[in-house]
Design a protein around this ligand. Structure first.
Ligand SMILES: Cc1ncc(COP(=O)(O)O)c(C=O)c1O
Length: 385
């Protein structure tokens, strides 16, 4: 029997929107000239690139000259952290981040540490949220950079980034970088208002755009050191021929993400609630890691003494695709740094499963998911059906 595939691993990556694929094809067909070329075709592709930049700037409420197109969340995070820290050593060498950041942030700050920077990590509580008091205690006059994710990729915890920004700006001259890879298009986030991020990372493939595309955007022009050196494209800040089709496709995906945000969020919230109710029937056999305050599109849970891979394979046999808590580290056997930070009971540490919704998921998919979870968990519990 062929089972329908229900893809619920949208925090790992999403299926591109049909419209985004059409845009990408059309731009590749017609506007393939190098946007740095001075002939008419180059001027046309540059105009298209500039329009894409303006569209992203408009969404984020900044100016087009503050939007850079990159190869994705990893490059944007690396560039923001290494670039901002290395260019501001005259103000200090202290950097703050949290212990549950994505590895593209954690590895960047580790690199800074090797270069003589001092790194401090904010801890999180069992809900995965930092303490503003700890931030107040750890921020210093010589802190030059604070990097904090908006939504955690493994369990959906939302950080109080606007309150955090107010503290950072009041207590230091630090730049406040927000990794919004998991929140853009799911929660409101712009540069509007006094207190908010100074710098935002977005990834195309998490918003039904393409893998290998991203944005690094700034509130205003800032001092930072580029790390891709060469022809001086992207205002001299990221060398390399700009991938115009990716940029235009990303702008399209970003617009669609923002336009559909409210409807999708309502769906995600309802589906998350349905899933919570279904899991609650299994009592202390299941531990739901994501709290109701977490982002609506992610629900992480764990089954007592069951390995994540076992559960993933069992669900997959019924056509349901989910992942262990994070796709980047899912092939590693050690417990993830996020699960460790949450201080989860030993019985639930090995089997954290992440269900993540996206724009192509339907209510029927969720009904089927719940049926499959019931079947699989009852089997695991050793009950006869
Ligand atoms: C929170 C977060 N930051 C950064 C990244 C890296 O983004 P990319 O895959 O575009 O390099 C990811 C990807 O999973 C993520 O979830």
């Amino acid at each position: 029997m062929k089972v329908n595939t229900i893809y619920l691993d949208n925090s790992a990556t999403t299926k591109p929107y049909q419209e985004v694929m059409q845009t990408f094809m059309a731009v590749n067909e017609q506007y393939y000239a190098n946007p740095a070329s001075i002939h008419a075709m180059g001027v046309e592709s540059n105009a298209l690139l500039m329009r894409a930049r303006e569209q992203v700037a408009d969404i984020l409420k900044t100016e087009a000259k503050n939007v850079l197109f990159t190869s994705g969340g990893t490059e944007s995070n690396n560039t923001a952290i290494l670039g901002l820290a290395r260019a501001n050593t005259h103000k200090g060498k202290h950097v703050l981040t949290t212990e549950i950041e994505h590895l593209s942030v954690l590895e960047s700050v580790k690199q800074l540490e090797k270069e003589g920077f001092e790194i401090d990590y904010l801890r999180v509580n069992k809900q995965g949220v930092i303490s503003l008091d700890e931030l107040r205690a750890k921020i210093r006059k010589d802190t030059i950079l604070v990097s904090m994710m908006h939504v955690n990729n493994e369990m959906g915890a939302i950080q109080p980034i606007f309150e955090a920004a107010a503290i950072v700006h009041a207590e230091s001259r630090a730049a406040f970088h927000v990794d919004a890879v998991q929140s853009f298009g799911k929660l409101p986030l712009t540069f509007k208002g006094e207190d908010g991020p100074d710098c935002i990372t977005i990834s195309g493939h998490k918003i039904h755009g393409f893998k290998g595309s991203g944005v690094l955007a700034f509130r205003k022009q800032m001092q930072w050191q580029p790390y891709a050196l060469g022809g001086g494209q992207e205002f001299g800040l990221r060398s390399g021929t700009v991938a115009v089709p990716q940029a235009v496709a990303l702008a399209k995906a970003a617009r669609m993400a923002v336009e559909t945000m409210n409807d999708r969020s309502n769906n995600y919230r309802n589906w998350q609630q349905q899933l919570r109710t279904a899991l609650a029937h299994f009592g202390d056999m299941v531990h739901i890691i994501s709290t109701p305050a977490c982002a609506a599109h992610i629900l992480s849970f764990s089954v007592r003494d069951i390995k994540g891979e076992v559960l993933i394979n069992a669900l997959q046999k019924h056509g349901v695709i989910v992942s262990t808590s994070s796709a980047c580290s899912s092939k590693q056997t050690k417990t993830s740094h996020v699960v460790e930070a949450l201080n989860i009971d030993e019985h639930f540490k090995k089997g954290v499963i992440r269900v993540s919704f996206g724009a192509h998921v339907t209510s029927d998919d969720i009904a089927q998911l719940i049926q499959v979870i019931n079947t699989v968990l009852k089997e695991l519990k050793g009950e006869r059906l």
